[in-house]
Design a protein around this ligand. Structure first.
Ligand SMILES: [Zn+2]
Length: 368
């Protein structure tokens, strides 16, 4: 097994909780399910088994301890030490943190960066910002300019934005930029809500085009997510019209997660020059099947278009677990190619560096 995989750039991740967790609250964060099924445990999943195998040693336990032994040791160490250990062991050079969803008082980007000994960057969630703007804008006529100003201001120190259209209107968005008249009409509906919630396709498109005008890389949630996401509307092929239009602008588009549509995402990454893809979240979600998943993405996706992300959220374990599984999967794929004679060892090193860090640095313009 190659152990020379460089430090990773985790281009999509979130904060982790700053509190101790009992078994029920730990299991609630372990998968995309809100809670364990009656009479069963979410530790009995590929990801649960992978936590016992790969995370236990970071807490000074032998691999494959029972869930209760694992959680007892976690409680004994306390959340601050647990967070420190898992962030430090992830082997990150940089991380790009989505700050748009923070219901649980999660660690902020600079805190995560300090624990990981890595440079932390921010990704601004478009819909969250639009909802803040809507709550403080007096008239729908003023909304388009108010949002443009807020986005320019809010992203001054950010490296990209994220759209959660998949969670709201779905990904079947028209490609063309909406007119200000269309946006104003849609904004009128938004401003009438007591708690504004963006779910109008016109508004999603407007936010995306505003980000494109600022030359900001745009991340899209695609595929795998919690029960709020309607997976039938999260297929990346539904984005084809918009990707075709965005390609003419040169705006980088990053398709996140993608499972179970990762092969389609690989296709889109091949045919559209500015489209990139990862298998974050799913990679640790499938546990020891991670090499299969990454290999399937890399069937069609150019190696210069695939990025690493953990999509860690809530549990610090996922920073470590995703990194371990990704390193092992990538090494296995690269080693198999060398053994097979498909590529040379120096090809393997070069391609590994691209996928681990180089592609993300290039797309987001991160310092080396
Ligand atoms: Zn995420």
């Amino acid at each position: 097994m190659r152990d020379d995989i460089p430090l990773l750039v985790d281009h999509h991740c979130h904060g982790v909780v700053r509190r101790d967790l009992d078994r029920a609250s730990f299991e609630a964060l372990l998968t995309e399910a809100d809670a364990p099924p009656p009479g069963a445990s979410l530790f009995d999943t590929r990801v649960g088994l992978a936590v016992r195998r790969w995370c236990a040693p970071v807490l000074d336990l032998p691999p494959r301890v029972t869930p209760d032994e694992y959680l007892a040791r976690r409680a004994e160490l306390g959340f601050a030490e647990v967070n420190r250990r898992f962030l430090a062991s992830a082997g990150l050079a940089a991380l790009c943190v989505d700050t748009g969803f923070n219901p649980d008082a999660l660690l902020a980007p600079d805190e995560l960066g300090a624990l990981a000994n890595a440079r932390a960057h921010e990704i601004v969630r478009l819909e969250s910002l639009a909802e803040q703007v809507a709550a403080t804008t007096a008239s729908a006529d003023a909304f388009p300019d108010a949002f443009r100003e807020a986005l320019a201001d809010r992203t001054r120190n950010a490296v990209g934005v994220k759209s959660i259209a998949a969670y709201r209107a779905g990904l079947a968005l028209q490609g063309e930029r909406p007119t200000d008249r269309e946006v104003t009409a849609a904004a009128a509906g938004l401003l009438r809500q007591s708690r504004p919630r963006v779910d109008d396709p016109v508004l999603h498109r407007f936010l995306i085009w505003c980000a494109s005008d600022l030359r900001l890389p745009i991340q899209f949630h695609v595929g795998y997510g919690d029960a709020d996401a309607d997976l039938r509307r999260g297929d990346p092929l539904l984005l084809t019209d918009l990707l075709r239009e965005l390609t003419t602008t040169g705006t980088p588009v990053l398709l996140l997660h993608n499972y179970p549509f990762h092969r389609s995402a690989g296709y889109l990454a091949q045919v559209f020059p500015n489209v990139y893809a990862d298998v974050g979240l799913a990679l640790h979600g499938v546990g020891d099947r991670a090499p299969v998943l990454l290999d399937e993405l890399l069937e069609l996706a150019p190696f210069g278009k695939v990025l690493y992300s953990s999509d860690a959220y809530g549990l610090a374990e996922f920073y470590h677990l995703a990194a371990v599984l990704f390193r092992r999967a990538l090494a296995q794929i690269m080693d198999a190619g060398v053994t097979e004679g498909s590529w040379t060892p120096s090809d393997a090193s070069r391609l590994t560096e691209l996928i681990a860090a180089g592609n993300a640095r290039r797309v987001y313009g991160l310092p080396g």
